[in-house]
Design a protein around this ligand. Structure first.
Ligand SMILES: Nc1ncnc2c1ncn2[C@@H]1O[C@H](COP(=O)(O)OP(=O)(O)OP(=O)(O)O)[C@@H](O)[C@H]1O
Ligand SMILES: Nc1ncnc2c1ncn2[C@@H]1O[C@H](COP(=O)(O)OP(=O)(O)OP(=O)(O)O)[C@@H](O)[C@H]1O
Ligand SMILES: [Mg+2]
Ligand SMILES: [Mg+2]
Lengths: 228, 228
């Protein structure tokens, strides 16, 4: 599904160059459940952004379903981001003027799903993340963990083939985090949805089939952790 | 140092009233190291904001050094927030147009600390949180955990008597989180700085002398965990 071929990412800062990702080669098959771990600043967000077609590598290639993302048109890239990939951002990126329901519904509106179907799908996801009583709250009328759950619901609403989650349980207590992870584990097991996570939380890591450890922008190790 | 007397906080949302905090009575002595835990949405941020004089209770009183915060003038409240309390926000609240150094330096500028002393103090804190190579980055040129560390350094820069930290290690790997917590533990032990944390992380909880468990806006239990 995803293939990274010697991917590099540099940031220019004044006269310095920051080598945030220094050559990552990695394959992710359909149905994989991958956890990316490593110290703060090691490059997890940068890597996930390139896999999710939100950012472009400085060098190397990111292949999605065999196609080099960099060589696709803007429209083709947008199509992939809208219909194939669900992205849960480290800082949520919710729309302040829309309430929870509208925030989660937005990808379906863009995908032109009919209204009745949208309502049903959004209501289901709102229940799944435990936010029924908060449907009409706006993001600034929610707790940190509630915002994180809205971001999670929004990423799942379009039934994507690939879900990319940047520290999706950082603001959640362990019970709520476990509930969210069980939903994802079930989607992975029953519908072969592919998951790529970054996390600092050992609890989250044990849901993974493979653990990729990143250090200073390069892969330090890949561990197979799938129980047979 | 801090006394909460039957504190209540209501939010109005359209015609509904959300009782975010439903009567909390609590005493915090100087040198205490308190951890507030509870499920996402139970009221931790709301409670911390009232203790830190960032928000006012709907009912009940928050006493700081024997004074009712609600009855102080705006200037007196601002003085307390600037010189007595360091606040680490759940979503950091960094200033986008200032770099790391300037963000951490800002409370010292407002407190009119002379330039040479400011530079020395900020440089010390930047080293303490491990961000020396990043001094000239702006917040959007940092990782999530790096931003969290800037927020931590800024909260400590004025040598406050009370540090309020809203999930201060949520975006940090365990090694970085432990380093930050050891700094706070030393400040608490050697300089009697009072700490009030909210956290979901059991690792953080074991640094606490007392653990307050919140549920649906009220205290469910208070546990003494200080090792003799
Ligand atoms: N401005 C607001 N208007 C209405 N309700 C609000 C507002 N701000 C917070 N709330 C509600 O108050 C409750 C407590 O929120 P709070 O942010 O204190 O929770 P929390 O314990 O910090 O949660 P988390 O662990 O997810 O950060 C939540 O249910 C939230 O939806
Ligand atoms: N726009 C930018 N300009 C310069 N450097 C940047 C920029 N964005 C990120 N960086 C740097 O790239 C490195 C990797 O950042 P990244 O956000 O990928 O880390 P991370 O592993 O997600 O960290 P965390 O666990 O703290 O979220 C960091 O050292 C960061 O300072
Ligand atoms: Mg990150
Ligand atoms: Mg909170």
């Amino acid at each position: 599904l995803i293939a990274l071929d010697n991917v590099q990412k540099d940031y220019a800062l004044g006269k310095t160059v920051i080598h945030a990702i220094r050559g990552v080669t990695l394959e992710v098959k359909e149905g994989d459940f991958l956890s990316i771990v490593g110290p703060s600043g090691c490059g997890k967000t940068t890597l996930l952004n390139m896999i999710g077609c939100i950012d472009q590598p400085t060098d190397g290639r990111v292949m999605f379903e065999g196609k080099d993302l960099k060589r696709l048109s803007d429209n083709a890239q947008a199509e992939i981001r809208l219909t194939k990939i669900g992205f849960i951002f480290q800082s949520f990126n919710l729309i302040p003027v829309l309430n929870i329901f509208e925030n989660i519904e937005l990808p379906l509106v863009v995908a032109r799903v009919p209204r009745a179907k949208r309502r049903e799908r959004v209501a289901y996801l709102v229940r799944t993340v435990g936010l029924e009583e908060f449907s009409d709250h706006k993001p600034d009328e929610l707790s940190g963990g509630q915002r994180q759950r809205v971001a999670i619901a929004r990423a799942l609403v379009n039934s994507p083939d690939l879900v990319i989650a940047d520290e999706p349980t950082a603001n959640l207590d362990s019970a709520t985090g476990d509930a969210v992870l069980s939903v994802m584990e079930r989607l992975n097991r029953e519908e072969k949805v592919t998951f790529i996570f970054s996390t600092h939380n050992p609890e989250v890591m044990r849901f993974a089939h493979r653990i990729v450890t990143l250090r200073d922008g390069a892969i330090a190790s890949i561990e197979n952790t799938e129980r047979a």
